[in-house]
Design a protein around this ligand. Structure first.
Ligand code: ARG
Length: 462
């Protein structure tokens, strides 16, 4: 097949080089953006009198038909035509002849591919944004059901202080809320229209770049033609946002995996979100959570891959940049695969509130509160810390928890301890006295949930 750029060449490309060079296998997914972008470009060329108006109309109609044919599965893309841009241009020229050959006036594939990928990622960011909003909604509604569910909070994976399950869930709400705002930020920098940059040095034609940006729903145009074709920061930035989302999903998955174990037994995944073992009949494995944790690695890998691809490239376009697509497509696909399944998994899991409470009671999670009790009776905190430390040591030797010690036993350690110690160290008091803003108390978590609901309502309106 003759190449669209074949004029300067005496020999045809080696077959292996055709395969090697071609990106149609993966960039065909940009067909819609390529066609919409070309349509806007053609309209602008017609309006500016750069090509005859009649030709512009033929191009616009031809492209619309090609779009329909692709969507109906009637188009077969050709490896020889290299990439999506030349495949579509060739289809157009085959169909409408002369006029089709005018489409590429004042444009290069370098600014064309930059446009396509920006349009594509803008759409994907919006879709992922919706999925994140859905997850935030699921977290809030679960949290509402568990304001009174007490569980142990951990540091170093050692029991630390009691909290509520709602408080734990709302911690993830905050992480994913930040992910949402990072995506919104990334969108702003993706929403910049590069056509008019040409190959690298702009163009001699009187292009109306603002018209094209308007037609395509971009809020800005790129300000430097070299940068317009060589910038892939927005791709890397998105890969970074996606990595962060996966990191948060993975941490949460890790907890769910631990909590599903016999040792914790805090949650049980629904049968529909678990799998069995081919040999051990008793097994019910949290594979979905494990796969999400596992897939995090590939998204991080894509981020590193993209950074590395770009690190040594002189301005402006280099063919290396064709290597941006597979990683970012896969990162996007992976996140879009994980988010909904994660939402459904947590929405359907059983929360074993009794075991969580039991877990909170063990491990001296109320020791800080016992020390605080002494402080409230006038003892300096450092001294109180030491007294309760000794008490804990004693309780361990007796195989008792703090609330199982008698008042006489308490008095051995400090005579300011009275009967009210038992209420001061009850799980409910431990949680509910932590009513500081951002704390786990019922009052504080209810306020956090109310704020979160308001945030979600406002975000949906956007
Ligand atoms: N397929 C190419 C890419 O994805 C399109 C741009 C090609 N430009 C060029 N000068 N060879 O990057």
């Amino acid at each position: 097949m003759a190449k669209l750029w074949g004029g300067r060449f005496q020999k045809s490309t080696d077959k292996r080089v055709d395969d090697f060079n071609s990106s149609i296998r993966f960039d065909k997914r940009l067909y819609r953006q390529d066609i919409i972008g070309s349509t806007a470009h053609a309209k602008m060329l017609g309006r500016q009198g750069i090509i005859p108006q009649a030709d512009a109309e033929l191009i616009v109609d031809g492209l619309a038909q090609i779009l329909q044919d692709i969507e109906d599965g009637r188009v077969e893309f050709l490896i020889d035509a290299e990439d999506i841009h030349m495949n579509i241009e060739k289809l157009l020229t085959d169909r409408i002849g002369e006029a089709g050959k005018r489409l590429h006036t004042g444009r290069s594939r370098n600014d064309q591919v930059a446009l396509d990928i920006r349009m594509y990622l803008k759409d994907e960011i919006c879709e992922i944004r919706e999925m994140l909003l859905h997850l935030l909604g699921v977290l809030v509604s679960l949290a509402k059901d568990h304001i009174g569910t007490i569980m142990p909070g951990y540091t170093h994976l050692q029991k630390a202080q009691p909290i509520s399950f709602a408080h734990h869930l709302m911690a993830y709400f905050e992480m994913f809320r930040r992910d949402l705002s990072r995506l919104d930020d990334c969108y702003k920098r993706t929403d910049v229209m590069p056509l008019g940059s040409g190959a690298l040095a702009g163009t001699t034609y009187p292009l109306d770049r603002d018209f094209v940006a308007d037609e395509l729903g971009f809020s800005q145009i790129t300000r430097n033609s070299l940068d317009g074709v060589s910038d892939r920061d927005f791709v890397i930035e998105l890969a970074s946002c996606l990595s962060m989302i996966m990191m948060h999903l993975s941490r949460f998955s890790e907890e769910l995996i631990l909590w599903s174990s016999h040792e914790f037994s805090f949650v049980e995944m629904d049968d529909a979100y678990s799998t069995g073992s081919s040999i051990m009949p008793q097994k019910k494995n949290p594979d979905v959570a494990e796969l999400i944790r596992g897939k995090t690695g590939r998204v991080y890998g894509h981020l590193m891959g993209l950074l590395t691809t770009m690190k040594g490239l002189p301005l402006a376009y280099n063919k290396d940049m064709q290597e941006d697509k597979e990683p970012i497509f896969d990162a996007v696909d992976t996140v879009k695969l994980c988010l909904p399944v994660f939402c459904d998994m947590i929405a359907t899991m059983t929360v074993k509130t009794g075991n969580m409470l039991k877990g909170a009671k063990g491990g001296f999670t109320n020791a800080t509160d016992a020390a605080d009790y002494l402080v409230k009776k006038g003892m300096p905190f450092r001294e109180a810390h030491a007294v309760i430390g000794k008490l804990v040591f004693y309780a361990i030797s007796k195989d008792k928890s703090l609330d199982e010690l008698s008042l006489d036993e308490y008095k051995e350690f400090s005579d300011i301890i009275e009967e009210d110690i038992y209420d001061a160290i009850s799980m409910k008091t431990c949680v509910d006295d932590r009513s500081v803003k951002g704390g786990p108390a019922t009052s504080a978590v209810s306020a956090a949930i109310a704020e979160a609901e308001k945030f979600l309502k406002n975000s949906e309106k956007q």
